[in-house]
Design a binder for this molecule. Structure first.
Ligand code: WTA
Length: 647
């Protein structure tokens, strides 16, 4: 039986960058990309050193990379401060009065914070942390709504060398308890509440529940956001607005070692128990700065909107550190995309003149499902560049995004990366790369990505295999917090010398990378190994389908049968006839081998809170059993109950 993943989905559309876009872009054509990429792979240290030199360092590094597999040290001997690079260096000179953060709350409040003001806010809060006993190296939990203070708290930690661990505001008390314990936090920064679809999320209450019996956390600093009534524990809890009255707005920069920890971020992906991914300062900042600059091709007058929450790595890298290091104006919105109506995003783009939108396929599929009329109400002509991250984007969803949102004018950067990689690894460069719907295209400078078999040998074009990275990169995770053995085994243990991403992929004849899904999810049907994303994309290409998830189910004859869960566009009625049509449609697009054995219509699919479909849970349902695995990362528990109950 073949160990390789087979690929059947063929996508022939190619969209070249417009001359107008290329003319002004940093990288203007493929020859330039190829030349730079080749040179950067031959001598990564040279490329990264040149990028690093654009940032501000306390002391310059002695060695660009020290590599003792699988442990990397980047810019060894150098000292740097992330807050200085993201804030202070823009707070002097031309950008002083430029907006750093423009924010809108879900109830509609608007705030603009210039780089000059941001320096003041970050310095004040850094002093508040110090006043409350937080020292360099201490772990600080940040559990906040998506308000500017979340970014301010992160940057304040970075300023004094405290290690932040942001927990998404949608996580429960149990998740907080586990994370606080795992990283040994001594301080929690939170808010009374945050807004989500018109109601108040009781953040402080969740913190109180999580900290019951905890003796390690000495301080809880509470920002007043929603004005909901909350109890304050004497001796432990203090108000943000009271504390800032006692400190000065001056907090001199201290430079930290390049390898000083910047943050721990817990990730579970779609499987298993959360791991604390540790990132350090210098390398993380360099790669985030560099990718923001080249991939979003940032201009001084851009208004850049990354829709991710700070609780995810995308919020760390491309809402806070990357774009701010590049001196960009970042837009931030607190709430849900369909509140009060499904056109909130389009209204925001029109009102603020957003020029770059970076969002996730799960959101794009939701917009398609809600209907074009919500988009048509607004003028989106300010947009010039679109981005996607988090999952493979189905080609039909890509085309919709390109046409309906981008007006066939905006390139789409489909960016592949992971919490572990810390920054974008594979992505088009918008002025150079010819695009194909559904692929993240080619590796970024200095990134040696490949698709290999189990022995680490590159597979031929259009044959599926494991997506690996063959050389260390600056923003790579340094370890799993407190578990070096697990780090080594999980990421570097499978193929000697290679980082194994856990994703399946293939490269087409042009060398473009197509992610076919997580390897844990690969189906094995009568000896054919099929990635989940192709079957799902085939279904999404049917005009009545909004979203689909494919999983395997034990089958006596074929080994595994294909079971799909399908959500239909708003207003479409499920029927047996439609099931037959969908089965035939998959047969036509991919081939008989991928025809689903079973189709379930669902109102919604179970997803992680960052929007990834949890196929592991669907697999248990498809096999006819109950869901027994860990469901703590599930976004909406009622979805599971509905799925289990239906035929
Ligand atoms: C998936 C998010 C296809 C992939 C930054 C990866 C993608 C996992 C893409 C990491 C993309 C992310 N195309 N798949 N453009 N981007 N993925 O840690 O399976 O939340 O391994 O980081 O998301 O998810 P994470």
């Amino acid at each position: 039986m073949s160990q390789n993943i087979e690929s059947h989905l063929v996508e022939n559309r190619v969209i070249k960058p417009s001359r107008d876009f290329s003319k002004n872009a940093r990288i203007k054509n493929m020859a330039e990309y190829r030349r730079m990429h080749e040179a950067s792979i031959k001598n990564p240290a040279k490329f990264w050193a040149a990028e690093a030199a654009e940032l501000q360092w306390g002391r310059k590094w002695k060695l660009v990379l020290q590599w003792k597999e699988p442990f990397a040290k980047w810019f060894e001997g150098g000292t740097i401060n992330a807050a200085e690079n993201c804030v202070d260096r823009h707070a002097e000179g031309d950008r002083k009065n430029k907006a750093a953060i423009i924010w809108e709350g879900e109830p509609g409040e608007k705030r603009t914070i210039t780089y000059g003001q941001l320096r003041r806010e970050v310095s004040l809060f850094a002093n508040v942390l110090k006043r409350n006993g937080v020292k360099k190296g201490d772990r600080v939990i940040i559990y906040m709504p998506l308000i500017p203070e979340a970014a301010i708290a992160m940057l304040a930690c970075a300023r004094i060398g405290a290690v932040h661990s942001v927990i998404f505001g949608g996580f429960s008390a149990d998740s907080i308890r586990d994370r606080v314990a795992d990283c040994g936090a001594t301080c929690v920064v939170t808010a009374d509440g945050g807004y989500r679809r018109g109601s108040i999320v009781p953040l402080k209450q969740n913190v109180d529940t999580a900290l019951a019996g905890n003796k390690a956390v000495k301080r809880v600093i509470v920002y007043r956001r929603a004005n909901n009534e909350i109890p304050m524990t004497k001796g432990r809890d203090v108000w943000w607005h009271d504390e800032v009255k006692h400190v000065k707005a001056d907090c001199p920069i201290v430079h930290h070692d390049s390898e000083h920890p910047l943050f721990v971020l817990y990730t579970s992906g779609s499987t298993g128990k959360p791991k604390g991914i540790l990132h350090t300062t210098g390398g993380f900042l360099v790669q985030n700065y560099s990718t923001s600059k080249y991939i979003f091709d940032l201009r001084e007058d851009d208004i850049y909107w990354c829709t991710a929450d700070v609780g995810w790595v995308t919020g760390h890298s491309y809402l806070v550190y990357g774009p701010l290091a590049a001196g960009a104006t970042c837009f931030m919105y607190e709430g849900a995309p369909n509140w009060p109506e499904p056109d909130r995003f389009w209204q925001i783009i029109e009102e603020y003149g957003i020029t770059i939108l970076y969002t996730a396929p799960t959101a794009i599929r939701a917009f398609i499902k809600w209907g074009d009329e919500w988009v048509d109400k607004h003028d989106l002509s300010s947009l010039r560049l679109l981005g996607s991250v988090g999952e493979p984007i189905n080609p039909e969803a890509w085309m919709w995004y390109y046409r309906k949102i981008g007006g066939e004018r905006c390139p789409i950067v489909d960016t592949w990366w992971q919490t572990e990689t810390g920054a974008i690894m594979i992505s088009p460069l918008p002025g150079a790369t010819p695009l194909k719907p559904g692929t993240a295209t080619l590796p970024f400078f200095g990134i040696d990505a490949a698709v290999v078999d189990n022995d680490g040998k590159e597979v031929p074009a259009n044959v599926g295999g494991k997506l690996v990275i063959r050389q260390p990169w600056p923003s790579m995770l340094r370890t799993i917090y407190g578990d070096r053995a697990r780090y080594k085994k999980t990421y570097w243990g499978e193929i000697p010398g290679f980082y194994v991403s856990g994703d399946g992929a293939r490269r087409d004849k042009d060398g473009y990378f197509w992610i076919v899904g997580r390897l844990d999810d690969v189906l094995n049907v009568a000896g054919h190994r099929l990635g989940t994303s192709e079957i799902e994309s085939a279904l999404v290409s049917h005009e009545l389908v909004a979203e689909a998830a494919a999983v395997g189910r034990p089958d006596e004859i074929k080994g595994q049968g294909v079971v799909v869960f399908v959500t239909l566009k708003t207003g479409v009625k499920p029927s047996n006839e439609l099931k037959t049509n969908l089965r035939n449609h998959v047969g036509k697009v991919i081939g008989a081998i991928a025809k689903p054995d079973d189709i379930h219509f669902a109102e919604a699919l179970p997803k992680t809170r960052s929007g990834k479909i949890m196929r592991r849970l669907l697999k248990e349902i498809a096999a006819g059993g109950e869901v027994k695995g860990d469901v703590t990362t599930l976004e909406d528990y009622t979805v599971l109950a509905k799925l289990s109950a239906q035929e």
